[in-house]
Design a protein around this ligand. Structure first.
Ligand SMILES: Nc1ncnc2c1ncn2[C@@H]1O[C@H](COP(=O)(O)OP(=O)(O)O)[C@@H](O)[C@H]1O
Ligand SMILES: [Mg+2]
Length: 345
């Protein structure tokens, strides 16, 4: 997926006409809205249900995150919202414009930063920005002025004449974001903006994104890094296998399904012998108790003492504890609670 496939933008009048033509389809108010959005890829080896009915509402000015492991359907969702992938079901609007009925209108209103580097490597930093401005109909003078502004705003001033090939990973990312903002889009889409960057560069980029958000930029990003979603996003939708498992602020998510501390104990034999469910039965602070193979997992509001009891009960059953872990409520426990699987980045 690259944004080099973007078509020439329509004139303002054309776009207005198309938007008006979208009429009842358009949904003013929400910056992004999806209604049961779906994508099934048809391949020679069968169908892949990448997105299986996603409904979202993102308000103007919001910093929204799609968080999920590899293959969850994040890029497919962003692809449909940015008109590069045609949905096979449901509907979606960006700035009130239907992505299927009026993809050209949507393209005018969005900035897209795909995961891979799509800079023009034959051009300098400034030229990458200037050419994008020209593409969006700015005069040469205005395009240069806008390029200057962005070069400064994105900390690339002393790299302005450098060729795109010579940029560091972090600089290239910043230039990609700057380039996506040349035409002042209403909504900025970022697909895994910090994947593959070293930790320091990642944190620097977080500062850049926070500053954009503070200026009022509506942003939707995808990430498989839980700490990234937690560090940046006003609201997050946790996605897995093409579905939204939970959505809300980080606090709401933690107070919902994942409000529990998760205790996992692994024994040196069949954990069924411990009969942990009976052991912990009737405790108001204990939620689920799962026994599988050599492992017991307890979801609880109050972890005090439980680990000790599981060790003692194991010993009574002739089992030794090989491994024990206690996870405090976090996006990780939310994911564990919702899917029964540990989160793997
Ligand atoms: N062009 C494609 N053709 C067939 N299957 C695809 C295609 N793109 C993605 N998929 C599959 O769709 C699912 C979701 O992929 P993707 O949207 O890339 O997830 P994510 O971005 O969360 O890693 C995966 O199973 C992936 O293999
Ligand atoms: Mg992806």
């Amino acid at each position: 997926m690259t944004d080099s496939t973007v078509q020439a933008p329509p004139s303002k009048a054309e776009a207005a006409q198309e938007t008006a033509a979208a009429g009842p389809d358009s949904r003013p108010g929400a910056a992004i809205r999806t209604d049961d959005l779906r994508k099934t890829y048809t391949t020679s080896r069968g169908n892949v249900d990448a997105v299986r009915g996603i409904s979202l509402d993102v308000a103007p000015g919001e910093f929204f995150g799609l968080l999920g492991p590899n293959g969850a359907g994040k890029s497919t969702t962003i692809g449909m919202l940015t008109t590069l992938i045609v949905p096979t079901g449901g509907r979606a609007w960006v700035s009130g414009i239907d992505v299927v009925a009026n993809p050209v209108g949507v393209k005018r209103t969005i900035g897209v930063v795909p995961q891979n580097n799509t800079l023009d490597m034959q051009l300098s930093v400034t030229e990458n920005l200037e050419f994008r401005g020209r593409f969006f109909g700015l005069s040469r003078r205005d395009a240069l002025r806008r390029a200057d502004q962005l070069v400064n705003a994105f900390g690339l001033t002393d790299r302005r004449r450098a060729m795109a090939t010579d940029l560091s990973g972090g600089q290239a990312r910043r230039l990609m974001i700057a380039r996506a903002l040349v035409h002042r889009p209403d909504v900025l889409f970022l697909d895994e903006p910090t994947a593959g960057l070293d930790p320091q560069t990642r944190v620097n980029l977080w500062d850049t994104l926070r500053a954009l958000h503070d200026e009022g930029q509506t942003i939707l990003l995808t990430t498989h890094y839980m700490e990234e979603a937690e560090a940046l996003c006003d609201r997050v939708a946790v996605v897995d296998h093409g579905l939204v498992l939970a959505a809300g602020t980080i606090d709401e998510l933690k107070q919902g399904a994942g409000a529990d501390t998760v205790i996992t104990v692994r024994y040196d034999g069949d954990a069924a012998a411990v009969d942990a469910a009976t052991l912990l039965d009737g405790r108001p602070t204990v939620g689920k108790v799962e026994t599988e193979g050599d492992q017991v997992r307890v979801f609880t509001k109050d972890p005090a003492g439980i680990l000790g009891e599981l060790v003692t009960a194991g010993a009574r059953a002739g089992l030794t504890v090989r491994d024990a872990a206690q996870l405090k409520p976090s996006l990780e426990t939310v994911f564990l609670t919702l899917t029964g699987r540990e989160y793997r980045e």
